[in-house]
Design a protein around this ligand. Structure first.
Ligand SMILES: Nc1ncnc2c1ncn2[C@@H]1O[C@H](COP(=O)(O)OP(=O)(O)OP(=O)(O)O)[C@@H](O)[C@H]1O
Ligand SMILES: O=C(CO)[C@H](O)[C@H](O)COP(=O)(O)O
Length: 407
């Protein structure tokens, strides 16, 4: 079966839904010429027409079969797990590892989504990396051929036997069966590194955490929760840095949306990562989603929402929105510096945002309140992760032409 869902020429739903009579005459004429063979193909394969394009008909798989692939790239310890909980929560169901499987599985399955961790495609286990003196970020420590074959197979609706990298033992465990979900999320270090894998991804997200903040979060987790020493955390960050710069960071250029987390500008020399300046960088002109805007699309807006309608203690909140360029591409940027005092008052800010992909007034605030215990819920990380989660839903709906009922 053919699929155009992974290409940039993916069908615009508005066009697909447009009746022939409403289309320009020349296009309708081409459609008439193309119709017999097309109808034959539809009958033979159970396909449906989606677009008539200059003398040829592009056919997509029946909407029921489509697997939408979402990629999330970030370094370790940058909040991927938290982000995934926010995204999958939008689709409902509790994400769980495959039932009855390996207790150290990295996979999370819920009603509509399956999240696979690309660490499972490490070709070298912990000992192998030590022997070859390479980090887990190096391309030679990944099995990109298998990653490509399996993501492709899942996208085609087939089940795969995916390896498991066991983070407890540092070994590669026997594989687990993964069935094709509606939404496949591939998260990890290299979702966009290999062009073949990258081309299979419908929507690309990159979490860009600045060194200072990454360090603060790592200390918080690895010292407090995993008993590592400050020195060992510093050494591990330093050891990974050259490969991070060479292989992981450049992937952000390919992302559709980037969540950039920086130290605040509201408090001079705040380095503990308690108050954050978070930027949502959204590529313009994409067919599968619309960038969010504040007040007026395309304008440059600075806004301090604190006052009678939004309670702010020191240092307050500063919002920014405007057009920009990112590695030579046009983007829209939405920025939030500071943090909320009362999460329920977020509704005030939400009411000034447009193109959020929320299905009802207050959906963002509702999601944020539901996940209030997650890290980052009082700042731009939680807010923008929630918005990106709604964009994942929008992308899914545009590709499949199916509506997701909000949970
Ligand atoms: N938005 C946030 N604000 C504050 N702290 C955060 C935020 N997101 C994550 N953290 C902290 O950073 C640490 C790492 O987060 P998390 O485990 O979600 O990252 P990860 O990318 O999934 O890591 P890994 O790939 O190593 O498993 C956690 O201790 C978490 O509390
Ligand atoms: O970058 C990582 C995860 O994203 C890990 O460092 C990598 O997967 C190796 O894991 P471990 O340190 O458990 O052997």
């Amino acid at each position: 079966m053919q699929s155009v869902a992974g290409t940039k020429s993916a069908v615009a739903p508005a066009m697909a839904a447009r009746p022939l009579a409403a289309r320009p005459k020349a296009v309708a004429a081409q459609a008439a010429i193309a119709r017999p063979s097309f109808a034959k193909r539809v009958a033979q394969r159970g396909l449906k027409a989606s677009r008539v394009e200059s003398q040829r008909v592009v056919v997509v798989r029946a909407a029921d079969d489509k697997v939408v692939v979402i990629g999330l790239a970030a370094d370790s310890g940058c909040g991927k797990s938290t982000f995934m909980r926010r995204v999958t929560g939008i689709f409902g169901g509790e994400p769980k590892p495959p039932a009855g499987g390996n207790p150290d599985s990295n996979t999370l399955i819920s009603d509509m989504t399956t999240v696979i961790c690309l660490d499972d495609y490490h070709s070298l286990d912990r000992n192998g990396r030590k022997e070859k003196a390479v980090t887990a970020l190096a391309p030679e420590a990944q099995h990109f051929d298998l990653m490509y074959e399996q993501v492709k197979a899942l996208k085609e609706g087939k089940a795969v036997q995916k390896p498991i990298y066991n983070h407890v033992t540092g070994l590669l465990d026997p594989p687990e069966e993964i069935k094709a979900p509606k939404i496949l999320i591939i998260e990890g270090l290299h979702p966009f590194y290999d062009d073949r894998v990258n081309d299979l991804v419908d929507f690309r997200i990159y979490l860009d955490i600045s060194d200072e903040i990454k360090f603060a979060w790592k200390i918080q987790r690895d010292m407090a929760e995993r008993g590592h020493s400050l020195e060992s955390i510093k050494a591990s960050i330093e050891a990974r840095k050259p490969d991070f710069d060479a292989y992981i960071d450049p992937q952000k250029k390919k992302a559709d949306m980037i969540i950039q987390v920086l130290p605040t500008q509201l408090v001079p020399d705040e380095k503990e990562g308690k108050i954050l300046r978070v930027r949502l960088i959204m590529k313009d002109g994409k067919k599968l989603f619309d960038p969010v805007y504040l007040f007026d699309q395309g304008s440059t807006v600075s806004w301090i929402p604190c006052g009678r309608k939004l309670t702010c203690s020191f240092p307050g909140i500063k919002m920014f929105y405007g057009p920009d360029t990112y590695y030579g591409e046009e983007v829209s940027v939405l920025e939030m510096d500071g943090q909320f005092d009362k999460l329920e008052e977020l509704i005030y800010m939400e009411s000034h945002l447009s193109n959020t992909s929320a299905k009802f007034y207050g959906e963002i605030t509702q999601q944020m309140l539901k996940n209030a215990s997650f890290p980052g819920s009082n700042n731009g990380t939680g807010l923008f992760q929630t918005i990106v989660g709604l964009k994942v839903r929008e992308v899914y709906e545009r590709i499949t032409e199916k509506e997701v009922v909000p949970v």
